[in-house]
Design a protein around this ligand. Sequence first.
Ligand code: FE
Length: 335
Amino acid sequence: MKKTVSIGLALLTGLWFGLSDARAEEDVVIYSARKEHLLKPLLDAYRAKTGVTSRYLTDNEGPLLARLQAEGANTPADLLITVDAGNLWHAAEQGVLSPVESPLLLANIPEKYRDPGNRWFGLSVRARTLVYSTERVKATDLSSYEDLAEAKWKGRLCLRSSEKIYNQSLVALMIARQGEAATEKIVRSWVGNLAVPVFSNDTKLMEAIAAGKCDVGIVNTYYYGALKKEKPDTPVALFWANQNTNGTHVNISGAGVTKHAKHRDAAIKLLEWLATPEAQGIFAELNLEFPANPQVKPHATVSGWGAFKGEELNVSLAGQHQADAVRLMDRAGYK
Ligand code: FE
């Protein structure tokens, strides 16, 4: 009974867009955890080019996945778009996505940014890296995520909540690289170094650094970009973590074709187009991310942050080690 109620509630959330057309049916139906303003320009461009129409429902990833599961074979959704490889991995494991054999996607999206089983494909890349106070920290004081566990950062570190999947994925990749024991030691020391309780989002974390509450933290690059765009004088800078070791943690936003897609061919064509240089520029720029397609140069603001070495391991490891990461962070007292 409880389950029915929660699914019922899940079905009531979300916002539909693209319904203004008089047409009885759209060519492609999308469930998207990526916000409307980040999706509409792409779909408009695709429609202008091909005449293909679309309708999309936006919501958080949890409700979208619950909806897909509840709807089963009756789902109207052809394509699921969401952030974080951990979420895409989850959707694939729940059986709501279907493999796509596409030479175009394989050619345009590097192997590390897509599911080894071809059930989802990265479409934009974000780095989760260090930020620091330009007033109290020198870039030469920084090196890695692991270094934030050192005693010199006692009472100086700010972190976002471990409930956010971005941090779960970061810790999951650390587990993949170093194993649980070494990772737990680091995470425990992070908690011991916290200046203030964890934050609900990356922007608040950077504002705390600017306000002098702490000196260093870990955020996704596009939040840094958005903050600097709004308040260029914010005394916070980016630092590329782990350049002397495994590279900075990178993650994706991406998409997969649903198992019960009613417009499978049209959904695959749209997904393929989203990976082309034409769409990749738009896709990444809308949120100050890095294009997943290496043929495409990032927006000038993004390339202005400087070149860096990113983690080479496949992002699907974020999903594979997610449950271990959550348990580890809980044991370590990371709220
Ligand atoms: Fe985000």
